[in-house]
Ligand binder design. Sequence first.
Ligand SMILES: Nc1nc2c(c(=O)[nH]1)N[C@H]1C(S)=C(S)[C@@H](COP(=O)(O)O)O[C@H]1N2
Ligand SMILES: [Mo]
Length: 258
Amino acid sequence: MTPHFSRRRFLAGLASGAGVLALAGCDRLAQNADVDAVLRNTEKLTMGSQRALLPRQRLAREYAETDLSPVFRANGTQMPDSEEYAHLLEREFADWRLQVDGLVQRPQSLSLAELKRFPSRTQITRHDCVEGWSAIGKWQGVPLAHVLDAAGLKPGARYVVLHCADELEKALDGSGRYYESIDLLDAYHPQTILAYGMNGEALPVPHGAPLRLRVERQLGYKHAKYLMRIEVVDAFSAQFGGKGGYWEDRGYEWYAGI
Ligand SMILES: Nc1nc2c(c(=O)[nH]1)N[C@H]1C(S)=C(S)[C@@H](COP(=O)(O)O)O[C@H]1N2
Ligand SMILES: [Mo]
């Protein structure tokens, strides 16, 4: 008996009592129209209860153009302080590449033009910073799911680490570099995008040019700006301070759900 069939029998047992299990083998169970109807219903029930148990896959609220904040604050780094970034900016990011590596089948090195050739998503959402301010902005970018699919996950992939160009704290050992991490549930969420556009224009430098993460079900500090590299890992304990992000290493929650 395949695991699939035993799962169906388990579901049928749940729905109509253990009697069904006692009287029928797999074949009879599958051929019986009434039982099929029960199975179809329990499948819906299963989907419903899984959706209820997985509120993280809910969509964040999306707004209208008229809701856009007249001013969207920039926070944290507003201009990465490195020669490398200065050179990239000078050439309008023509030499910038997003590295995608780690537990992937096909490591990628993607230019901005290549990222823009993927299907894009535009969303108007509210950004909430723990420091107590919010702003509504329009973001355009490629769903992270498409980029991960292009790279192909390897078995064991669990988290996506986002490496940034900026050091928020100057430290000789590189421990002051901004980074973040999210799990695959958030990485594949339909509103999780790598944004290259903001409010109808190219993403401005203070907001993370040329590319930043939008992960709309979480607080502001998870939305890593100035992306350079996406690394797929099985655990983030070996990265920097081991807590999964620049602010997490300094005491903030790793899962900053809103
Ligand atoms: N690379 C990088 N990403 C970052 C930060 C930063 O300092 N460096 N600050 C975070 C915080 S705390 C917030 S609230 C948002 C601010 O995004 P904004 O500048 O577009 O408002 O970016 C987040 N991502
Ligand atoms: Mo923030």
